[in-house]
Design a binder for this molecule. Structure first.
Ligand code: NAD
Length: 496
């Protein structure tokens, strides 16, 4: 663990396993609620001391950029730490998991410099002349709870804006994947982040995570993970009325219109679903296809999906790696079997692979209706369902018939038509002729039960600041004030 600038050990350990082999690769201290208390106390001390909070935004940005430069120098080591614990392929870990993480952290440094820390309001003349200025101030101690799929990236989406705004932070990484954020926190302290500003406590969700979400000295909790745990976090945070940001699950539709470029749509739908073995919250896991194109589209999907190379994660030729663990592998299998029992047909895959580690075949299911569990619940594995639709109104109805609303894609050669449909989709991101377009310059997050609030984008720091309005009276004296709404004029009062 990293608490108050110290590496802290524990008698209780967690074993980190490489999902591509099933072999243990590291042991890490298993923090508990007591360690969370110590980390929150360290974060609170640094916040109150002002060692980070009172630096100018430019000073904070400069240190954050120095951290990015140092992390970039050892990017290959971070890639290895990330993929060895979460099973990403080396291509995905380099581009998405670590590449995006460092680029986005750098974006938050830029935001610190351009953010409107003070916004003067227009001078008011009623009820008396005055000027108000809206100040944005750090909240205090921010708690960040992250999942295993993009451990560093999704942690830095919280740590980046929190630090840019001057907060101190306690991170509770996922049980599978504490390695990259522990390394990052060490690099951060070696490059100018004062000790205790960024604390990392690996541990169990129900113990360490729950304590962080309910801790009275934590002013904000930012969480990415499943919708079920998101509900618990919200309820735990309600005890002290914390700020809450939630990035939760998804069941994204990929809507193929009848005028789509089918070569691009086939590759795009597969990319949208199978990248990182389908373990991306905003994956397009439901392909909605016009009835008359259904059979041809499925044939082309299946042909193309058969070219996906499954292999060692460190091999640059590998397209798809394992799933996170044996439990998730079994859960995916249960979902597929359940779908077949409900009437679905396996067009491709459908089975776990019999090799060391935790592998699952790219799987395509047809004969799926949107009411089926496989179309409503998040599988979090390489499983694509194909659902036919009659016309575009029908496609929009199916797309929106979900408790989730994180992301959607539309495949069409007619931009006006695609934009019209985009306007009718209930989702936080809609990509036209694209998928997985995570851009730090625009907000990311979900409608409905996919979350609360947004991460990234030009306003990302809003969620890590308190708003304080400071009012300055400019009236020039007692006579200009409206106090006679309550009090008689001072002279009259004195004479009575
Ligand atoms: P999870 O909800 O099981 O765990 C996420 C984190 O919460 C872990 O750190 C875990 O230890 C912690 N946790 C578990 N129970 C807790 C509790 N009671 N109190 C506090 N913390 C607790 O999710 P997961 O299996 O790690 O991740 C997969 C899920 O995350 C999927 O549903 C996926 O869609 C979602 N996800 C969403 C986004 C997004 O941005 N919307 C991104 C990635 C993943």
């Amino acid at each position: 663990m990293r608490i108050g600038g110290q590496e802290v050990d524990s008698d209780r350990l967690m074993t980190i396993v490489d999902p591509s082999t099933g072999a243990p690769i590291a042991t890490v201290a298993r923090g508990d609620a007591g360690h969370i208390d110590a980390a929150v106390a360290a974060a609170r001390d640094t916040f109150e001391s002002g060692v980070w909070r009172t630096k100018t935004p430019q000073e904070r940005a400069a240190i954050m950029r120095r951290i990015v430069a140092a992390a970039t120098d050892v990017a290959d080591e971070l890639v290895e730490l990330e993929l060895s614990a979460n099973g990403a392929t080396v291509r995905q870990a380099t581009g998405f998991h670590i590449g995006y993480a460092l680029a986005h952290f750098s974006y938050f440094a830029d935001l610190a410099e351009t953010y409107a820390w003070q916004r003067p309001a227009p001078i008011a003349s009623f009820p008396a002349l005055s000027q108000s200025v809206v100040h944005r101030e750090p909240i205090g101690v921010v708690g960040a709870i992250a999942p295993w799929n993009f451990p560093l990236l999704l942690t830095l989406w919280k740590v980046g804006p929190a630090l840019a705004a001057g907060n101190s932070v306690v991170v509770k990484p996922d049980e599978h994947t504490p390695l990259s954020i522990l390394a990052f926190a060490r690099i951060a302290e070696q490059n100018g982040l004062p000790p205790g500003v960024l604390n990392v406590v690996p541990g169990d969700g129900r113990d360490a995570g729950a304590r962080l979400a309910s801790h009275p000295d934590v002013g904000k909790i930012a969480f990415t993970g499943s919708t079920a745990v998101g509900r618990e976090i919200m309820s735990l945070a309600s005890g002290t009325v914390k700020h809450v940001t939630l990035e939760l699950g998804g069941k994204g539709p990929s809507i193929v219109l009848d005028d789509a470029d089918l070569d691009m749509a086939v590759d795009g739908v597969l990319y949208g679903c199978f990248v990182y073995s389908g373990q991306v919250c905003e994956s397009g896991t439901r392909a909605l296809v016009p009835e008359h194109l259904h059979d041809e589209f499925v044939r082309r999907l299946v042909d193309r999906a058969q070219t996906i190379v499954i292999g060692p994660t460190r091999d640059w030729d590998t397209d798809m790696g394992p799933v996170i663990d044996a439990k998730q592998q079994q859960r995916i299998l249960d979902y597929v079997r359940g779908a077949v029992a409900e009437g679905a047909t396996v067009a491709l895959g459908g089975e776990a692979l019999d090799r060391d580690g935790f592998w699952f075949q790219p799987t395509i299911l047809t004969g799926v209706r949107n009411v089926m569990r496989i179309a409503q619940e998040e599988v979090f594995g390489p499983v694509l369902v194909v659902i036919p639709y009659t016309d575009s109104d029908h496609a929009v109805r199916i797309a929106n018939d979900s408790e989730y609303g994180l992301a959607a894609s539309i495949w069409s050669s007619d931009n006006a038509r695609a934009l019209d449909i985009a306007g009718r989709i209930q989702a936080g991101s809609v990509w036209i002729n694209d998928a997985h377009q995570i851009n730090c310059h625009v907000p990311f997050g979900g409608y409905k039960q996919s979350g609360l609030g947004r991460e990234l984008g030009p306003d990302a720091l809003d969620a890590y600041t308190e708003i304080k309005t400071v009012h300055l009276d400019l009236s020039g004296g007692r006579d200009a004030k409206p106090y006679d709404l309550l009090l008689s004029h001072a002279d009259q009062g004195a004479s009575r």
